[in-house]
Design a protein around this ligand. Structure first.
Ligand SMILES: Nc1ncnc2c1ncn2[C@@H]1O[C@H](COP(=O)(O)OP(=O)(O)OP(=O)(O)O)[C@@H](O)[C@H]1O
Length: 244
């Protein structure tokens, strides 16, 4: 028998087309098919405007106007968690309250010291979102997502509009918390180095309408992914996908 949450995420979207107010049609997704395995960190990598956010919106149930199907993994106390480009925190609640509000009743009183600790949030638990830097607000959004112990976590470019140093330290914090609580993750990005740093597998998308060009397995252990190793991975990636 499969353990709870062991089913993969299965996506098979045959068509997603937008129609503008003036009747112009925009084919966003066409024959997009992939899986994310249980416990895997996968990245959806594709050029700007290819349909990555559209895909996530469908998987989050925010857009039902499409042809095809998908199957979310079972299990977890909360089925889905998501972190978007802009951290959505309630301004009248503290960091800790924002994190706890997302929890199901059975988890509400859970000890979260480890999570605040790993994400460097221990000293700001009682602050309000307006008192946080953008980097700290992103960390709070990550804490909220991991605290819910989701069966799948969707990340939509969570490190954009941060300076490179802050983004890099956040990527490493994400890896630390993910290693402490391995979770099935699908992260959308157009940043190849970011995908190579974080992912087990990269699902490479074509320009719009998005479909899968191929899968790139990052077969190097994460703790070995330093700058020279990433340079080599970039070369290997471009050998395999010369046009991306
Ligand atoms: N509501 C909408 N109405 C019409 N067209 C839309 C709508 N939402 C998205 N599109 C179009 O669909 C295409 C895919 O958009 P999407 O936001 O999914 O791309 P993306 O890969 O996430 O881009 P980026 O990396 O720049 O965020 C784009 O051409 C976009 O203009």
């Amino acid at each position: 028998m499969q353990p709870a949450g062991a089913a993969p995420l299965k996506v098979d979207i045959t068509d997603k087309t937008f129609r503008s107010a003036k009747g112009v049609t925009i084919a966003a997704l066409r024959g997009l098919s992939f899986e994310v395995r249980h416990g895997e960190f996968a990245c959806l990598l594709g050029p700007s405007g290819c349909g990555k956010t559209t895909t996530l919106r469908i998987l989050l149930g925010l857009d039902r106007q499409f042809s095809g199907s998908y199957q979310l993994p079972e299990g977890g106390s909360n089925r889905i968690a998501a972190v978007f480009q802009e951290p959505v925190l309630l301004p009248w609640r503290t960091v800790e309250q924002n994190v706890r509000l997302a929890l199901s009743r059975s988890l509400r009183d859970k000890d979260l010291d480890w999570l605040f600790d790993i994400l460097g949030l221990s000293a700001v638990r009682s602050l309000y979102p307006s008192e946080l830097s953008l980097g700290l607000a992103r960390r709070a959004a990550l804490a909220r997502a991991f605290a819910t112990e989701p069966a799948i976590l969707f990340l939509d470019e969570p490190f954009t509009s941060l300076d490179e140093r802050t983004a890099d330290s956040l990527r490493r914090l994400l890896m630390t918390v993910w290693a402490a609580r391995p979770t099935t993750v699908l992260m959308v990005t157009h940043n190849l180095r970011e995908a190579l740093l974080l992912a087990d597998r990269i699902i490479v998308l074509s320009p719009r309408p998005a479909q899968v060009l191929g899968i790139f397995d990052v077969r190097l252990s994460r703790h070995l992914r330093d700058t020279p190793a990433l340079d080599e991975l970039v070369l290997a990636f471009h050998e395999r996908f010369p046009l991306v």
